[in-house]
Design a protein around this ligand. Structure first.
Ligand SMILES: *Cc1c(COP(=O)(O)O)cnc(C)c1O
Length: 424
């Protein structure tokens, strides 16, 4: 990219949502910890962890050194008929941290493909067992990626409209609450016999607007599905690796999933990698002398040794006391800030799960203002050197775990200041 010199005032003219005629992209020169810098060395606090992936901050030197080591040892090898130590070690280390029923790992190279594999696994599990089960249950307001299978099981909207006729049918249910659980179970029951799997984002539905549900309600729904022979696909692509305060959302759930999906924070957010894990029972349905029983799915960069090395380095950091106490610090700071936020009349539905804090920004003329507010808020905060990227009128904070307390406090104070500004 050509170097462009710009100052932060110009940023107010940038459109945060790309690919539109009016859009302009802010060129970023470098990153360091929770900070991003443009070519004039203006600093921007990355309060969205660069699309929710950057858990240890930018340009982490430890991960960089491990990646360099791997790059100069083995950068790539075909992952069909061959394997390598970084992939083996990564699987072994993951299985020490995941629910004990997770036994096998299938590698891809991003979140959407990890979901595709999970869906194919569950559909073909039934097929290989000679059972006719092709229905899938998913949450309303869910998001599981942008490939066709992933789009099909996600909330439909303007972004999927051109493909509506090509997406397969899915049974959409509400996220569980104490009140609606029984009615959800009825829907599940009605479709149980033909349903292969239920796919869900546990605890937090990210792209749907940081919607949160209670662990006990989800656990109960999971148990019910399981009792009906429906496989559970737990999409931890967003919430995995510490986001919800525990290493995995699974750590807060009573029931264990059959299949799990990981990406985003897996490599510390340094490069693309996807992993789909499953139980021994599922694996055994594919493990055969008959070729037709195999799960045919591969990508050029499946299990990239470099991405595996980055993931191993990221895990080293994640498991250090330092990182754990940072996560705890963010959780506590968010909780204290949430109390202050609730006092504002411009704020509704303040909600927190671990390091994720979200709320709805209330405006007087809500419907007509709805679409402008995200752009307006984005620009106000970028001018203050903070990257916040509202979804509609939902503002959320999810910083890299290494964020300095003073930067977190600066963000909180700035939000309160903007809330108190009657012109916004
Ligand atoms: C981001 C995301 C995906 C898709 O991952 P990509 O790597 O962007 O394809 C899937 N599921 C959830 C819950 C996500 O947040």
């Amino acid at each position: 990219m050509q170097q462009q010199l710009i100052d932060r005032d110009l940023a107010v003219n940038w459109h945060p949502y790309s690919q539109m005629k009016t859009s302009y992209h802010l060129p970023i020169a470098r990153g360091d910890g929770a900070n991003l810098y443009d070519y004039q060395e203006n600093r921007y606090l990355d309060m969205v962890s660069s699309w929710w992936v950057t858990i240890h901050g930018h340009a982490n030197s430890y991960i960089a050194s491990k990646v360099y080591e791997q790059l100069s040892t083995l950068e790539q090898v075909i992952f069909a008929g061959f394997t390598h130590l970084p992939a083996i070690t990564l699987s072994e280390r993951l299985f020490q941290l995941l629910p004990l029923n997770q036994k096998k790992a299938f590698f891809t190279d991003n979140g959407s493909t990890a979901v595709e594999v999970a869906l194919k696994m569950c559909i073909q599990f039934a097929y290989n067992n000679g059972v006719q089960k092709t229905k899938i249950i998913a949450f309303k307001n869910g998001y599981h990626g942008d490939t066709f299978g992933a789009m099909s099981v996600s909330e439909r909207g303007q972004w999927t409209a051109p493909f509506a006729d090509l997406l397969f049918e899915v049974i959409f249910i509400d996220a569980p609450t104490a009140e609606n659980l029984e009615s959800i179970k009825k829907i599940v029951q009605d479709h149980a016999e033909q349903t292969a799997c239920f796919i869900y984002e546990p605890l937090v539905q990210g792209a749907g607007g940081m919607l949160m549900h209670r662990a006990e309600d989800l656990s109960e729904l999971m148990s019910f599905c399981k009792s009906k022979g429906i496989l559970l696909i737990q999409d931890e692509i967003f919430v995995g690796f510490g986001r919800t305060g525990t290493l995995f959302a699974a750590d807060q759930l009573e029931e264990k999933p059959d299949v799990m999906c990981f990406s985003k924070g897996l490599t510390g957010g340094t490069m693309p990698l996807g992993i789909t894990t499953c139980t021994e029972e599922i694996y055994q349905a594919f493990y055969s002398d008959e070729k037709r029983k195999a799960l045919f799915h591969g990508h050029s960069f499946t299990a990239s040794p470099i991405a595996c090395a980055a993931s191993l380095a990221s895990l080293d950091l994640l498991l250090q006391d330092d990182c754990r106490s940072n996560i705890e610090r963010i959780c506590k700071s968010h909780a204290a800030f949430a109390k202050r936020l609730k006092k504002s009349v411009k704020v509704r539905n303040v909600r927190q799960t671990g390091t994720i804090l979200a709320f709805d920004w209330v405006t007087e003329n809500e419907t007509s203002y709805f679409n402008q507010i995200q752009e307006k808020l984005f620009k106000v905060f970028i001018k203050k050197g903070i990257i916040l990227r509202p979804m509609g009128n939902v503002l959320y904070l999810l910083p890299p775990y290494c964020i300095q307390q003073e930067d977190l406090d600066y963000t909180y104070e700035t939000i309160l200041e903007v809330l108190n500004n009657n012109n916004i």
